[in-house]
Design a protein around this ligand. Structure first.
Ligand code: SAH
Length: 214
């Protein structure tokens, strides 16, 4: 990574620590994956600010703090099989891929142009344990189910039922649930027929589309 970006990324990680992020695996992964390469060039100067930033097609790359909260909640481990709904830039999927290697992350994106954009971005760094699928991820990705962990990076009214059935027993799902305009981050641990829920605070995401979308 270029020296200037490296310093900015280190500052971002220090800021995330001050905000309460403790998981070393998550912080290291953010240090290792350059965020600017997932953004259009005109945004490189603000790539390491703790902000959500605009992408094509009215979508956004998530705010680093938000991403860090979600990844910490997922309790990621080496060898995990993960599903993400909402690839967009591909930044989040790369952060997860680094942590779970040699596990695999499958990520779904409903907008074809963004699935292509993410593929191009990911080629620029040496990460192989990712599969990007252009599909309606509100229905999950049955082909590779069940998953140890599932993360939704777009807002839903309620967690789409197929995602629960595609989650392993003792698996963890993290998703922003609420209205189109504001959501509660929910962490769910599946234990047999029980779904144990924990609330992680208020956040704002772009809305889920597709069969179980808004
Ligand atoms: N994780 C991303 C940010 C996600 S933004 C990153 O690291 O950059 C949310 C994305 O979810 C958008 O790209 C949007 O197109 C996508 N999306 C919305 N509904 C979807 C669906 N049903 N299936 C898959 N992707 C969806």
């Amino acid at each position: 990574m270029q020296e200037g970006f490296k310093l900015e990324n280190q500052k971002l990680v220090e800021h995330l620590k001050l905000m309460g992020i403790k998981d070393e695996k998550v912080l290291n992964s953010i240090l290792q994956v350059p965020r600017h390469i997932f953004l259009p060039k005109n945004l490189w100067k603000v790539a390491y600010s703790d902000d959500a930033l605009p992408l094509e097609q009215g979508q956004t790359i998530s705010q680093p703090y938000t991403v860090a909260v979600m990844l910490e909640a997922l309790e990621l481990k080496k060898g995990d099989k993960v599903l993400e709904v909402g690839t967009a830039s591909g930044w989040n999927v790369c952060l997860i891929a680094k942590i779970i290697d040699p596990g695999i992350i499958y990520t779904t994106e409903i907008i074809k142009e963004l699935a292509e954009f993410a593929k191009k971005n990911i080629k620029k760094i040496d990460i192989k344990n990712i599969e990007i699928i252009h599909t309606d991820g509100s229905q999950g990705y049955e082909k590779e189910a069940p998953y140890d962990k599932i993360i939704m990076t777009c807002a839903c009214k309620e967690v789409p039922p197929p995602l629960f059935s595609q989650l392993k027993d003792n698996g963890i799902l993290v998703a922003p649930v609420g209205s189109k305009f504001s959501q509660q981050m929910i962490k769910i641990i599946k234990q047999g027929k029980n779904l144990n829920k924990d609330y992680l605070g208020d956040f704002i995401f772009v809305p889920l589309k597709g069969k179980y979308g808004f």
